[in-house]
Design a protein. Structure first.
Length: 244
């Protein structure tokens, strides 16, 4: 009986949250409106009551708000394929949509956005670092189906922006064994001056398993890294390799 009451209370809290997000869709400040749309999308089918309000947000004069509203509709209805062409087109819209925002939307779609891989590869060469790291993030979320991006992601390990570098390393790890050609670049990344890059490079090598055997010595050295999280990532990578 108590469990049932708790479940009812949770549903009430969720409903209240959805109502707050619906009201925020009407906010004059675009960032609040598109953040609300994004959060509604993350709730998925549970936010179905927001669909009529999101339909209005699709016509927002702010292109970023309209894009996140479309993302929310796609996630809530589960009909990603219907909306994907709009997301692909948005990746090339540098005039109306904030840098990196279209790729962030695609990232939220996960493997269902595999058709975006060629566009995301092109984004890795964009002059704006926000566009580059967001593209790498989207490729990471797509996972193994992003294998055609391996060469571009390996090149991004040398990007001047550390956020791009660690997102590239993360994406290579999410692609998995198909990213074997990036092993030399990931080994070099173990010496990166940024701890996040080192950690994600170690993690990626572990995910590549036996395809990254040549990284064993470098990972053993990284076990003495001054950053405990990086040292732990190196140790876990070695354990993964020995398990295969």
């Amino acid at each position: 009986m108590c469990q049932g009451a708790a479940a009812g209370e949770d549903r009430a809290v969720d409903s209240e949250r959805i109502q707050r997000l619906i009201r925020a869709l009407e906010d004059e400040q675009p960032s609040l409106a598109w953040n609300a749309a994004r959060e509604l999308g993350r709730l998925g089918p549970d936010a179905r009551e927001a669909l009529p309000h999101l339909a209005r947000a699709l016509r927002s004069p702010d292109a970023t708000t309209a894009l996140w509203a479309r993302y929310a509709v796609a996630r809530i209805t589960g009909d990603v394929g219907r909306h994907l062409p709009v997301f692909l087109e948005a990746l090339g819209d540098k005039r109306r949509i904030w840098p990196g925002m279209a790729a962030a939307v695609v990232a939220g779609l996960g493997p269902a956005a595999r058709a975006a891989v060629p566009r995301l590869i092109a984004e890795l060469s964009d002059p704006n670092p926000d566009s580059r790291w967001s593209a790498a993030m989207a490729l990471a979320r797509i996972g193994p189906d992003a294998a055609p991006a391996v060469a571009a992601l390996a090149a991004a390990l040398e990007d001047p922006d550390e956020k791009v570098r660690w997102h590239a390393a993360w994406a290579l790890g999410e692609i998995g064994p198909a990213a074997a050609a990036a092993v030399p670049g990931l080994i070099r990344a173990l010496d990166d001056g940024d701890e996040d890059v080192r950690g994600y490079a170690a993690q990626a090598l572990g995910r590549l398993g036996t395809a990254a055997r040549e990284a064993v010595r470098a990972l053993e050295t990284l076990g003495d890294d001054p950053n405990a999280a990086v040292a732990r990532a190196a140790q876990e990578a070695l354990e993964r390799m020995s398990a295969h």
